[in-house]
Design a protein around this ligand. Structure first.
Ligand code: KIV
Ligand code: ZN
Length: 535
């Protein structure tokens, strides 16, 4: 990216500070739409509160028409938000927009976000010609604007839409009263130069462009979402749509932590600011990973476990002499404490609370009591407890709060020597305690078979993943499991020094969540079951 130049196209829109970039977080809508990332109602409220506290300008809280669950979550988030604008998504249909307004109207600062796919491929599906679609945009944005002062309109698949047509429909949306115009790269197809040129073209050609905020919404299919978002800002966009950890459909959306830290660290060449308290990044990254069941890849920019590790001798030597040799930002900038001081079985409750706060977890007295018991149990089995062990402990305890219908009590596994593995599992199923022995192809398979013998279901296992939390053979293992049943997806995550026990707990955690979802929603009420088209 080249040095920003002051031109007509870099002084956009109606914001009082032309150098301020609005951060629009869609973790709870586009992020949650990603298969398997479904969050519970309580988890959505918690994430929304964290987003509000970290200074996100606009929170897209959900897609209210998609399900009763989405509607309830957007409504509650609208009621609880203190600072952020609360936005809901609606297709270009009057009932969608009405439903969206019913949910967001409780917010101090509500926004309706309505969209339609404008590219030839997307126009073909609802079978609308260019004029019919233009009329629909005029009608739906006008309707939204009659309900709400703050309306955002998106041209889905804008980066594959004919330029003349895009200019035409953007002008219609502006005239109908939209104050934010979002230009999504829905399939992650664009590249930085093109992303910038598109925004510049719209700002130059569309009458009324100087009265609205242009927004960029980039998916990461070619790994360019962050670069494309920043290029759009350079060309005059002043809203970036993004998600925590880059969660989202397929390869995800632009990651909030990446765009925000890029603007902070390279302020010299990208002189725009956000309102984000970057010290809150690591806490929310961990919590989103935990509730979505999507682990953060180790080498993920900014929030990956290795993002601030210097393994090779030459790098370590350099960092010890002068930290700037290999570090362009400090761990503390994203809220990571620098000293990975080990805790042990003699550490007390106050030390544990302080350490957890350092790691981004503020715990109440009751939760601390619970965590302390589990910390002591772990300390009895493992000499030194590192930060990553505590993060795993926190993720484990919170990952299983949805339901405790099934609880693992005791597990004994016999395997090896060429014989089939045998697992004897004692588990609480509802009110009763039961024990079953099952065999399988290896200890994990035998354990899962023992669970299945006690709890009938027809869910299928989509993912089974094991990570060592720290180094050493006494390391805890974090196991992630993803299950699917009738189109509903649920994840479970658990950690233990006993990998097979962690596997059993993760499996049971996912089954508990599926059970809750089965009871709460009809299958077709799920967000992913709703068509994005307005036929
Ligand atoms: O990617 C996309 O186009 C979207 C729209 C609904 C804004 O998520
Ligand atoms: Zn999207």
């Amino acid at each position: 990216m080249t040095t920003a130049t002051a031109s007509a196209t870099t002084t956009p829109g109606p914001l009082s500070d032309p150098d301020r970039v609005l951060i629009f977080d869609t973790t709870l809508r586009d992020g949650e739409q990603s298969p398997g990332a479904t969050m519970s109602h309580a988890e959505k409220l918690e994430i929304a509160q964290m987003l509000d506290e970290m200074g996100v300008d606009i929170i897209e809280a959900g897609f209210p028409i998609a399900s009763e669950g989405d509607f309830a979550a957007v409504t509650e988030i609208a009621k609880q938000a203190q600072n952020a604008v609360i936005c809901g998504l609606a297709r270009a249909q009057i009932p969608d927009i009405d439903r969206c307004w019913e949910a967001v109207k409780h917010a101090r600062r509500p926004r309706i976000h309505t969209f339609i796919g404008t590219s030839p491929l997307h126009r073909a599906i609802p079978n609308l010609d260019m004029d019919q679609m233009a009329d629909r945009i005029h009608q739906t944005v006008t309707h939204a604007r009659n309900l709400c002062d703050n309306v955002q309109w998106s041209a889905m698949d804008a980066t594959r839409t004919e330029h003349d047509y895009l200019c035409r429909v953007v002008e219609i949306a502006i005239k109908a009263g939209a104050s934010t115009i979002n230009i999504p790269d829905t399939v992650g197809y664009t590249a930085p130069r093109e992303s910038a040129a598109l925004i510049r073209m719209l700002i130059e050609r569309v009458p009324g462009a100087d009265k609205v905020v242009f927004s960029t919404h980039c998916h990461n299919d070619l790994g360019m979402a962050t670069a494309n978002s920043l290029a759009a800002v350079e060309a005059g966009a002043r809203q970036i749509e993004c998600t925590i950890n880059g969660l989202g459909e397929r390869a995800g959306n632009a990651a909030l932590e990446e765009v925000v830290m890029a603007l902070k660290v390279r302020h010299d060449i990208m002189p725009w600011t956000t309102g984000i308290d970057t010290k809150k990044i690591i806490g929310i990254s961990r919590r989103v990973s935990q509730v979505s069941g999507f682990p953060v890849q180790f080498n993920k920019a900014i929030v990956g476990k290795n993002a601030f590790l210097h393994e090779s001798g030459i790098h370590q030597d350099g960092v010890l002499k002068n930290v700037e040799t290999f570090e362009i930002m400090r761990p503390a900038d994203i809220g990571l404490n620098e000293a990975n001081i080990a805790m042990g079985k003699h550490s007390g409750r106050a030390a544990l609370r302080a350490k957890l706060a350092d790691l981004g977890y503020e715990v109440g007295d009751n939760q601390l009591k619970d965590i302390f018991v589990r910390f002591k149990e772990l300390a009895d089995r493992k000499k030194e407890i590192y930060d990553d062990d505590l993060v795993a402990l926190m993720q484990d305890s919170a990952a299983n709060t949805d339901s405790d219908y099934l609880q693992v009590k005791k597990l004994r596994v016999v395997c090896g020597g060429g014989e089939p593995a045998m697992a004897t599992l004692t588990m609480v199923v509802g009110d009763a305690e039961r024990t079953e022995t099952a065999q399988g192809d290896g200890p994990v398979d035998a354990t899962f078979n023992a669970v299945d013998a006690m709890f009938e279901h027809h869910a299928t296992l989509q993912l089974y993943q094991v990570h060592a939390v720290t180094e050493g053979t006494d390391a805890q293992a974090t196991v992630s499991v993803r299950m699917e049943e009738d189109g509903r997806i649920a994840t479970g995550q658990a950690s233990d020094v006993d990998t097979i026990l962690a596997s059993a707990k993760a499996y049971v955690g996912a089954l508990n969540r599926l059970k809750v979802r089965r009871e709460r929603t009809a299958p077709d009420a799920d967000t992913r079951a709703i068509s994005m088209y307005t036929v």
